[in-house]
Structures are given as structure tokens and as C-alpha cells.
Design a protein around this ligand. Structure first.
Ligand SMILES: Nc1nc2c(ncn2[C@@H]2O[C@H](COP(=O)(O)OP(=O)(O)OP(=O)(O)O)[C@@H](O)[C@H]2O)c(=O)[nH]1
Ligand SMILES: [Mg+2]
Length: 203
């Protein structure tokens, strides 16, 4: 972000931009969730399985999110790690009705959490226990137990039950994300501003 952009954010003229990685197994509902978070006139009516990844944008009341919506298909999952450095937050989506693949979702989550670009960062992770409308869906508490989320001690995380088709549970998640992604209040390297004072008689 350039200096003018930072100034605009500080003055409240522009929303702070946050890069989010949207991860999870194929068919969990990632693209449907991101689509539902866009304004209704920008929503796509026909969602297809993602090939590779796509870059999407949506806004909350104070932030502008740029989302890397990654494909969850096995053959594309090795792409995820190339974007870890870029991500400032993660949305991890689980199909709560897919008991058979819950163990695969846990394996992918564990691989993510142990990756060198993620392991030592306090990166916020928002979990959507999605497809709650389906009869076979387990509760978000159960999803949390199956994925052993209580073992995540060094990163802020939150789990929301969601139904992406109706859009239920999504706003709660975005509100949490917005509150958790901190706006850096102190610059690590303060801007070095030099004033040249001119003697009065030279003006
Ligand atoms: N019943 C129900 N179906 C859902 C829900 N969310 C998504 N779906 C459906 O699940 C299917 C997969 O949704 P996608 O959003 O394409 O899933 P994805 O995680 O992006 O999949 P990949 O792009 O292949 O990784 C679609 O048919 C969606 O309509 C939900 O909350 N409830
Ligand atoms: Mg998708």
C-alpha cells in the first residue's frame, strides 16, 4: 500500500485492504460463500467448481477483502502454499455433512498449520462449518472436535455454522474477521519527515 493509500485509510476516505485465502476441500462451498458476500448485483448465478484459483473482492463496513478463492480439488491443493505469504487471514470451509472426508479436511488443515509460512504467524482463521441445512450435517461443535480446533493455541480462530445457499451465518464470520484483523496502529519504520526551515527574511 502506498503512502497516499495509507493516508486515505487513516483519514477514513478508503477502506483498508486485507488479503484473505479461502481454503478447504472441493465441494465444501468456498465459492458459494464468497459469492454470497458480494453485493447482490455482483453475484454470479451459476457457480462452477474452481479451476486453480480465482481472485474475488467483497467489502465489510470498514475493510475491503481481496480473496484468493482456491480450488479444493486434490490436484490443485499444492497451489495453496504459494499464496500463504500473501494471506493476512484465512477462511477455511468444511462441508459439515461430509463425514467421510472430515479426516481429509483435518489432514489438509494440519498441513496448513505446520507450513513454515503459517506456523509462526498469528494469522486469524475463520472456519465455516458449512451446509448446515443438510440432514447429515454435524453441529459446528462436532466439526470443531473432529478437526481438533482446541489445539490451535497460537492463532485467533473462530467457527461459524453456515448455510451458504441462504447466506446464513456468513455475516457473523465476516464481523469476527473484521474485528480480528488488526489495523496496525504503529508503523514499524516511522516515516522520516524532514522540515527545512527557511529564515523569515527569505520568504
Ligand atoms: N445444501 C447446501 N449446498 C451448498 C452449500 N454451500 C455450497 N453448496 C453447494 O455445494 C456445491 C459446491 O459448492 P462450491 O462453492 O463450488 O464449492 P467449492 O468449495 O468452491 O469447490 P471447489 O471450487 O471445487 O474447491 C455447489 O453445488 C453448491 O451449490 C450449503 O450451505 N448448503
Ligand atoms: Mg470453488
Amino acid at each position: 500500500m502506498g503512502l497516499l493509500d495509507r493516508l486515505s485509510v487513516l483519514l477514513g476516505l478508503k477502506k483498508k485492504e486485507v488479503h484473505v485465502l479461502c481454503l478447504g476441500l472441493d465441494n465444501s462451498g468456498k465459492t458459494t460463500i464468497i459469492n454470497k458476500l458480494k453485493p447482490s448485483n455482483a453475484q454470479s448465478q451459476n457457480i462452477l467448481p474452481t479451476i486453480g484459483f480465482s481472485i474475488e473482492k467483497f467489502k465489510s463496513s470498514s475493510l475491503s477483502f481481496t480473496v484468493f478463492d482456491m480450488s479444493g480439488q486434490g490436484r490443485y491443493r499444492n497451489l495453496w502454499e504459494h499464496y500463504y505469504k500473501e494471506g493476512q487471514a484465512i477462511i477455511f470451509v468444511i462441508d459439515s455433512s461430509d463425514r467421510l472426508r472430515m479426516v481429509v479436511a483435518k489432514e489438509e488443515l494440519d498441513t496448513l498449520l505446520n507450513h513454515p509460512d503459517i506456523k509462526h504467524r498469528r494469522i486469524p482463521i475463520l472456519f465455516f462449518a458449512n451446509k448446515m441445512d443438510l440432514r447429515d450435517a454435524v453441529t459446528s461443535v462436532k466439526v470443531s472436535q473432529l478437526l481438533c480446533l482446541e489445539n490451535i493455541k497460537d492463532k485467533p480462530w473462530h467457527i461459524c455454522a453456515s448455510d451458504a445457499i441462504k447466506g446464513e451465518g456468513l455475516q457473523e464470520g465476516v464481523d469476527w474477521l473484521q474485528d480480528t484483523v488488526k489495523v496496525p496502529s504503529i508503523r514499524k519504520h516511522p516515516i522520516n519527515v524532514k522540515f527545512t526551515l527557511l529564515p523569515k527574511h527569505s520568504i
